[in-house]
Design a protein around this ligand. Structure first.
Ligand SMILES: Nc1ncnc2c1ncn2[C@@H]1O[C@H](COP(=O)(O)OP(=O)(O)OP(=O)(O)O)[C@@H](O)[C@H]1O
Ligand SMILES: [Mg+2]
Length: 256
């Protein structure tokens, strides 16, 4: 099976050398656990090795993301200039238009092999505001509009949320890129993605933690699932260095 390598230090060996090409992988965890840094490294390392990528920014601006990346020595400006990476900022007033068509367009333009969607959680948590990503504007079908109206009301059932998550995932899948969907989960991860659907619909899940051990917090990750892969069954500690994420090869090896 063809694998999409992250080249994030210590990570690929947890998933038999990389994500299965074309898979949709959910990254979930509390705020500040390293999901965005992982996503930026994934896109950067790909572009440096001939696999172009699109970073879909819903939460942050490209400027803020590029500044964050620069702290880890990733120069996205030159990759953008040479057409290897596109930061697709979804402006608030355009969130109801064809975002997925736009992603597909950009993907064709630069022959993207990788996509990061940051984040799916925004869509599901701040639903009333962000759900307008749903591409109903171009569809005059009555039922679709009824769904859209319902979405915009504040009373959204978990079934609606599942329908929305399903729709997003099904619209991203045909684009064909190996895609990371960043979402939000609390540290107990009882509700890993807040929409009760994406964790079942995705091909893989990486959970990110930042948990107290004595007086210190320790970062770790676990591969929750990875279809077609004999993935690691351990919780792996990781650190964020000046060069980005470094994952420990085994639960037995600690960084201090
Ligand atoms: N230069 C750095 N060196 C070491 N650690 C850093 C550095 N910059 C950020 N961090 C750590 O990384 C965390 C942010 O990581 P990141 O933005 O990837 O989190 P996230 O999981 O995407 O969070 P959110 O859900 O809020 O978007 C910071 O809270 C900080 O602890
Ligand atoms: Mg983030």
């Amino acid at each position: 099976m063809e694998r999409c390598k992250t080249d994030i230090s210590g990570f690929d060996e947890l998933v038999e050398g990389g994500f299965p090409v074309g898979s949709l992988v959910l990254l979930t965890g509390s705020p500040g656990t390293g999901k965005t840094i992982f996503g930026l490294q994934y896109i950067y390392n790909g572009a440096m090795n001939g696999e172009n990528g699109i970073y879909v920014c819903i939460e942050s601006t490209p400027q803020a993301l590029k500044m964050q990346a620069a702290r880890f020595g990733m120069d996205f400006e030159s990759l953008e200039r040479s057409g290897k990476v596109i930061f697709f900022r979804v402006p608030e007033d355009e969130r109801k238009f064809g975002i997925f068509k736009k992603i597909a367009e950009y993907s064709n333009k630069i022959n993207a092999k990788r996509v990061v969607f940051d984040s799916l959680a925004t869509l599901n948590i701040v639903l009333g505001k962000f759900v307008s990503l749903w591409d109903y504007s171009s569809n005059k079908n009555e039922n679709e509009n009824a769904v859209a109206n319902k979405i915009h009301s504040s009373n959204i059932s978990s079934f609606d949320r599942m329908v929305i998550a399903n729709s997003i995932i099904e619209q991203l899948r045909p684009i064909g890129a190996t895609t990371l969907l960043i979402t939000y989960g609390n540290d107990s991860l009882k509700k890993m993605s807040y929409n009760e659907a994406s964790e079942f619909l995705c091909d893989g899940i990486i959970e990110f933690y930042n948990l107290p051990i004595g007086i210190k917090y320790s970062r770790s990750m676990r591969v929750g699932k990875m279809r077609s892969t004999k993935n690691s069954q351990y919780v792996h500690e990781f650190i964020i260095t000046d060069n980005g994420i470094v994952v420990s090869p085994s639960e037995a090896i600690r960084f201090e």
